[in-house]
Design a binder for this molecule. Structure first.
Ligand SMILES: Nc1ncnc2c1ncn2[C@@H]1O[C@H](COP(=O)(O)OP(=O)(O)OP(=O)(O)O)[C@@H](O)[C@H]1O
Length: 306
């Protein structure tokens, strides 16, 4: 099966010397939900802009549906990109939705109307008069109802309240289950989307730090706590990412190819053990060695140290 996206050695340098992307390589398979994660300025938006032909690479190869995306109607018609702070012409909401329906061949009008109701969007109001959260809801409705085979959401929920964000997650998951497609979701609200994400891409300072199946990753990063000597011993079986010490006890986040035998050993050592949350893993990996933590790449638990 050919990948939906294939990126090889992608580098983007902006004028002024910022390297936003530094030899990034990965591929995305169809019908998965990808989480594109990373700190502010990591390079996420730049990457999505290049993949949707809204920005140019300095070097490297990008293929979307096997083709170059630039000025490529075949590719762009199958792609939807919902940006943070998306702007619209000053027309009524239903006119914006009508325009979106004409651009996207997979548009589902009934679904769009249902989402308008769900988000309580005033469809006869001019978009200039929408609140910040309502504008975000409009982008989300377009992103979902377009049912594009490849959909990017770049921090789509600026100003959106917790209830509306939950509606977004619920509708996204339900619709994705019925109409599988490739979704790339960039967000800082990692805890909120951790159940949604099937595969994680973590970018830090322009470099791909993590390319891993979310379920596999859950077993690879563990937090152990107990007597310092036991924590020391357990930590030697992997890479220690973080440690907090409290008197004679310690709590450490350790990354490794752990299996049932390691869990048993932790118990024998008198340690409490839990899987690290995705948010914790991302925080620890991007701070472990001042952003220079070893990369974990590949859909399996194989690690590639660079
Ligand atoms: N047009 C530009 N000219 C110069 N530098 C830019 C430009 N656009 C982005 N950058 C820089 O490139 C780097 C990556 O920016 P980018 O917007 O891709 O990050 P991001 O991961 O999306 O960040 P955030 O999570 O804050 O939205 C940053 O250092 C940013 O300042």
């Amino acid at each position: 099966m050919s990948p939906v996206i294939s990126v090889t050695d992608l580098t983007k340098r902006y004028r002024g010397g910022v390297t936003a992307l530094d030899r990034v390589s990965f591929s995305l398979t169809e019908n998965r939900i990808y989480g594109l994660l990373g700190r502010n300025g990591a390079g996420k938006t730049t990457l999505m802009q290049i993949l949707t032909a809204q920005n140019f690479a300095t070097s490297g190869e990008v293929r979307v549906f096997g083709e170059h995306p630039y000025e490529n109607e075949r590719v762009l018609a199958r792609t939807s990109f919902i940006k943070e702070s998306q702007t619209y012409p000053p027309v009524r909401v239903h006119h914006v939705l009508r325009a979106a329906s004409l651009i996207h061949p997979g548009w589902d009008e009934e679904f769009a109307q249902q989402l308008v109701d769900d988000f309580r969007l005033p469809s006869r109001r001019n978009v200039r008069k929408l609140s910040r959260g309502m504008l975000s809801a409009l982008g989300i409705i377009i992103g979902l109802a377009s049912r594009a085979p490849l959909t990017f959401f770049d921090e789509p929920y600026l100003g959106l309240d917790a209830v509306a964000r939950q509606i977004f997650y619920d509708r996204l998951l339900a619709d994705y289950t019925e109409h599988p497609r490739t979704i790339v979701l960039s967000t800082h609200l990692i805890d909120e989307v951790s159940e949604l994400i099937e595969h994680v891409l973590l970018i830090d300072a322009g470099r791909l730090l993590l390319d891993a199946d979310a379920e596999t990753l859950r077993g690879q990063v563990l937090t152990v706590s107990g007597p310092v000597a036991s924590v020391d011993e357990f930590a030697r079986t992997g890479t220690e990412l973080h440690r907090v010490r409290l008197g004679g006890t310690a709590r450490a986040t350790v990354r490794g190819d752990f299996g049932p035998a390691d869990h048993d050993r932790a118990r024998t050592l008198g340690l409490a053990l839990e899987a690290s949350s995705l948010q914790d893993t991302v925080v620890r990996l991007t701070t472990a060695t001042n952003g220079a933590a070893p990369a974990i790449t590949g859909a399996t638990s194989k690690e590639a140290h660079r």
